[in-house]
Design a binder for this molecule. Structure first.
Ligand code: ZN
Length: 278
């Protein structure tokens, strides 16, 4: 039997996008509504940022708290994942909301160039974020923008700084970072399997590469990420009408590769997460 596919939906991101696509959810209410539609379409994991009313990113724990509460009430069992990415604050501000104990949080284990800036993840901050995740029993999703980040995650796991099997997201197609390259992805997957045979992984592509990475991930036994954070268009010309529409696109692709979307129970088992609170 093939492994069911965990579909992650990254609903909003941290870059002001409303002018590019009015469907990008900004307010907490819009985000809850959009997540529920994506959940009903087949997503089992939601990756979250929060925004101020002017769309600027924030790590305000109160906003995150209202968002998590809404999602837990409206999407039973859905895995919640908070971003600790660099746009929503500096230094430890990026982990200010981890006390809310989402199921997961993103953890970039190294620095990389982004389109117009350095995504700065110094070793002491990475260690501190990982220690907060251990403290609140949050599973990290390692954001791997490059090979060294995979080795760094494995070293942190060996040192007891990351608990349990690794879950790594391979990100391809961010300008100035790793391009979309099939042979490199296959090498990443083999390397991760060598470093941690129990590891799971997701492929994430940007823009039209979102579908390319979804296809490769389905074929190679990985999981998929989609959503308006990474792609405001379904293809070169068509605006994505919603996060749910992007999830439906991945659900349809699953069938082409003999896969099916995971249920929330399966997704939690695959990621070694505790069952959803009832
Ligand atoms: Zn994000």
């Amino acid at each position: 039997m093939t492994t069911p596919c965990i579909i992650t939906v990254a609903i909003t991101g941290s870059v002001p996008r409303k002018k590019d696509n009015p469907a990008v959810p900004i307010s907490v209410d819009e985000q809850i509504e959009s997540t529920q539609q994506a959940f009903e379409a087949g997503a089992t994991l939601v990756h979250l940022h929060v925004r101020n009313d002017d769309e600027s990113p924030t790590s305000d724990p109160a906003r995150f708290g209202r968002l998590l509460e809404g999602i837990r009430a409206r999407c039973p069992g859905m895995i919640t994942q908070i971003s600790t990415g660099g746009r929503s604050g500096a230094g430890r501000e990026r982990g200010a909301m981890l006390g809310l104990a989402p199921d997961m949080a993103s953890l970039a284990t190294g620095s990389v160039n982004f389109p117009t800036r350095v995504y700065d993840n110094p070793p002491d901050l990475v260690d501190w974020l990982a220690s907060e995740m251990l403290r609140y029993r949050i599973k990290p999703e390692v954001e791997a923008f490059d090979l060294s980040m995979i080795f760094q995650a494995a070293a942190m796991q060996r040192a007891g700084k990351i608990a349990g099997p690794l879950h790594v997201q391979f990100v391809m197609g961010v300008k100035n970072a790793m391009p979309v390259d099939r042979e490199v992805l296959e090498f990443y997957v083999r390397t991760l399997g060598r470093l941690d045979p129990a590891a799971t992984w997701t492929g994430a592509g940007i823009g039209r590469d979102q579908v390319t990475l979804a296809r490769w991930s389905l074929e190679l036994g990985g999981h998929c990420r989609t959503g308006l954070e990474d792609n405001v268009r379904l293809d070169k010309s068509t605006l994505a009408p919603s996060n749910a529409a992007l999830v439906e696109q991945v659900v349809a692709l699953c069938g082409e590769y003999g896969r099916r979307p995971a249920t929330v129970t399966e997704a939690r088992q695959l990621l070694s997460l505790p069952p959803a609170p009832s």
